[in-house]
Design a protein around this ligand. Structure first.
Ligand code: KG4
Ligand code: ZN
Length: 339
């Protein structure tokens, strides 16, 4: 069979990224231009600045991705692009760029759901992984527990009722003065702390056992800090970070194991920025080993936002016949499973 080469573009938040992916599984190039240094100054992503930076960087990033992959635009079979969810101005830059290339080269345009991209990151380094499997998706904006029934087909078992897991990491990091982005900083600091030092709550959501809620643990950390401050006591930031992280990881692993057993799923994958968290990866691996489940996880570079995962997802959409028109728009609140 002839190889399918897809140029993928990702610009939904603060990373301008482009990648060339062969047959959905082989990454020929993966270029990521991060804006973190810029947004750090403001303690979070500033949408207007993100859009402007994407415009500045996108052509360079695409040229680099083609060069690294040793291909030209003429070698491509399709262009894949994230069209939602995300920041509207940021998404529009990638969507407009993808349309221009697809139109000029007369090749198909395939719009990709960002979260479908995160899930598909698992296909890159696990050639044997095929649906169905259970996937925990934990990013800055989303927390979902889904059965991947087929490529691009999801049954959502659970979701967060309030904050996303990554959002909770970012907010707690800010509260203890670690700055943005919080997740990696909590991950690092936790290694010096005692995860059993402080008993933060593990929230259960009564009516849906697979749903998540992280606002309780976040408030518990804030209360802990306020109490200490009022009493004039020093706090141990590493212990707070490690104890908070353990509270979140415990719930993520517990719900995933419960869902796997209830639904007879023996293959478990994780995805999204928080899936690069060391404690989560270790705990999930141990739990899978104990239950004799097969565990899949992307390397950290494919967990946080990148275009290779969009290329993997775009390939399976392309194979299914998904084609978008020149009227493709950015959809900031695109739901999983919607087209
Ligand atoms: O998937 P992602 O790059 O972007 C979204 O689609 O949201 O996820 C970003 C989120 C941020 O909240 C960030 O703090 C978190 O992932 N994150 C981490 C780690 N690396 C990134 N959280 C915990 N531990 C990490 N090592
Ligand atoms: Zn993401």
């Amino acid at each position: 069979m002839k190889d399918t080469l897809i140029l993928a573009i990702e610009s939904s938040c603060d990373e301008t990224a482009a990648s060339v992916v062969k047959n959905g599984r082989t990454v020929l190039s993966n270029v990521i231009s991060s804006q973190i240094e810029l947004h750090k100054l403001y303690g979070g992503v500033v949408p207007e600045i993100a859009s402007r930076k994407h415009i500045e960087k996108i052509n360079q990033v695409i040229c680099q991705a083609l060069e690294d992959a040793k291909v030209t635009l003429d070698d491509l079979d399709a262009v894949g692009v994230t069209y939602g969810p995300g920041l509207v101005g940021a998404l529009l830059v990638g969507v407009a760029e993808a349309k221009a290339i697809a139109y000029a080269k007369k090749i198909p345009l395939v719009g990709v759901h960002h979260i479908e991209g995160h899930v598909s990151a698992n296909y890159i380094e696990h050639p044997e992984l095929e649906p169905p499997f259970l996937c925990l998706i934990v990013s800055g904006g989303h927390t979902h527990l889904v059965i991947v029934k087929d490529y691009g087909e999801f049954e959502i078992l659970g979701r967060t009722r309030d904050d996303a897991a990554g959002e909770a990491f970012d907010k707690v990091a800010r509260a203890i003065g670690l700055g943005y982005p919080g997740g990696p900083k909590i991950d690092r600091l936790s290694k010096e702390g005692n995860p059993d030092a402080i008993a933060f709550p593990r929230a259960r959501v009564g009516d849906c056992p697979y749903d998540f809620s992280f606002s309780g643990v976040k408030s518990a950390v804030l209360n802990y800090l306020n109490n200490a401050q009022m009493k004039g006591e020093e706090v141990n930031k590493a212990d707070i970070a490690a104890s908070f992280q353990k509270a979140v990881v415990d719930v993520l692993v517990e719900h995933t194991m419960m869902a796997a057993k209830d639904h007879g799923m023996r293959k478990i994958a994780i995805a999204g920025g928080v899936a690069s968290n060391g404690a989560l990866r270790d705990a999930m691996e141990k739990a899978c080993e104990k239950n004799r489940f097969q565990f899949y996880r992307p390397s950290p570079i494919f967990c946080t936002d990148n275009a290779a995962m969009i290329g993997a997802a775009a390939f399976y959409e392309y194979q299914k016949g998904t084609r978008h028109g020149w009227d493709l728009n950015a959809v900031p609140n695109l739901k999983l499973g919607e087209r």
